[in-house]
Write a protein that binds this ligand. Structure first.
Ligand code: HEC
Ligand code: HEC
Ligand code: HEC
Length: 273
């Protein structure tokens, strides 16, 4: 039996797929916060995409004047990829891009199509290699270096340490209440609630307004916290468990899906950007 399990393990491990994310060239970060106030590279991408549609629809409608305008705009912006990120210059199909502009001037739809397709392939190829990496690096929440004031000790904690302390309270509350150690259970329970409520101090670092905060700390959650507090005072094991489980699912779990998972992925690229 043991051998079988060991074999199975070997199989699952050797057939498991490894996720590989190619890091983006360092220059790319010049076009995203915090280095830039805007997302210039992403804006460039949307301009490219619109220009491409501009060429296609105008060629189809034989509006050659406007087709030329969009083809030149496409070329100008396509070349900017290499100007912004030197390392990516060699990935561009510059000759074919030039040929698109020429074919539009010569009013040759099939030559436009053929060369545009090659240009389009260069878009797809780069997206395959780098788009997910760019999204993880530049669009996921960044908790690096963030501190929270711990309402129990009054000290500044990293997010990780804060989460650990709060989880520890939660587990102690369960253990002590089941063991019938009422005073300890109450202390752990009140500490948990304090730390739980203290979580909202960080939302404003990244979100403006209270709308996002209300998703995880709205009226339903407040009701549960009130119910939990009551259960802690009475050391009511069943109600403690029920309310903690609800909070785990609706607060901790949901917030982790949105914030922790992409953040852990981001950390794979290291602290430097
Ligand atoms: C902002 C939304 C948010 C909420 C709400 C939240 N967490 Fe977290 N949690 C995070 C983030 C972000 C991390 C990753 C921190 C890191 O790795 O530096 C994390 C990490 C953790 C970890 C892993 C710590 C480690 O050892 O790396 C635990 C355990 C945890 N949270 C427990 C909880 C519990 C229990 C709750 C609810 C009572 C909760 N969290 C609520 C965002 C949240
Ligand atoms: C050398 C690399 C590279 C080339 C070439 C390239 N892109 Fe991109 N593109 C990216 C990266 C990286 C992203 C992700 C940017 C982000 O999310 O901030 C992106 C994102 C996009 C997006 C946004 C999609 C989304 O899911 O949000 C569009 C639209 C787009 N590109 C269009 C184009 C078009 C059209 C071309 C070709 C004419 C092109 N791109 C060529 C690297 C490239
Ligand atoms: C480090 C920055 C950061 C912190 C701190 C943070 N968030 Fe977020 N949050 C994000 C990012 C990034 C997204 C993805 C969507 C976006 O870009 O706005 C997001 C998405 C969300 C969403 C999904 C829908 C929406 O509103 O965009 C909710 C809800 C949310 N956060 C709630 C919270 C709450 C509640 C807290 C505090 C406990 C919190 N966040 C703390 C960065 C953060």
């Amino acid at each position: 039996m043991r051998v079988l399990i060991a074999l199975l393990l070997v199989f699952t491990v050797s057939y498991g797929k490894n996720l590989k994310l190619k890091d983006t060239p360092p220059e790319l970060s010049n076009y995203y916060p915090p280095k830039s106030g805007k997302m210039e590279f992403l804006e460039l991408m949307h301009t490219l995409s619109v220009s491409m549609t501009g060429v296609v629809v105008n060629v189809r409608e034989k509006d050659w004047e406007n087709a030329k305008k969009w083809a030149e705009r496409l070329q100008r912006n396509y070349l900017r990829i290499g100007e912004m990120v030197g390392k990516w210059d060699k990935l561009l199909k510059k000759k074919e891009m030039e040929a698109v502009v020429r074919a539009v001037k010569e009013k040759n739809p099939s030559a436009v199509r053929m060369n545009l397709q090659t240009v389009g392939k260069s878009c797809v190829q780069c997206h395959k290699n780098y788009k997910l990496s760019a999204k993880v690096k530049f669009h996921s929440p960044d908790f690096t270096g963030m501190k929270l004031e711990d309402p129990v000790s009054g000290m500044k904690y990293s997010i990780e340490d804060y989460m650990k302390a709060m989880t520890d309270d939660m587990k102690r509350l369960k253990v002590y209440s089941i063991d019938g150690k009422k005073d300890r259970a109450r202390r752990a329970g009140f500490n948990f609630i304090k730390r739980f409520e203290g979580l909202t101090q960080m939302c404003g670092e990244c979100h403006t307004g209270k709308k996002s905060e209300d998703v995880y700390f709205g009226i339903d959650v407040e009701k549960r916290v009130t119910a939990l507090r009551e259960a802690v005072v009475n050391v009511d094991v069943i109600r403690i468990k029920r309310n903690l489980n609800w909070l785990s699912e609706n607060n901790c779990g949901k917030c982790h899906n949105v914030h922790e998972t992409p953040y852990l992925l981001r950390e794979k690229f290291g602290r430097k950007r």
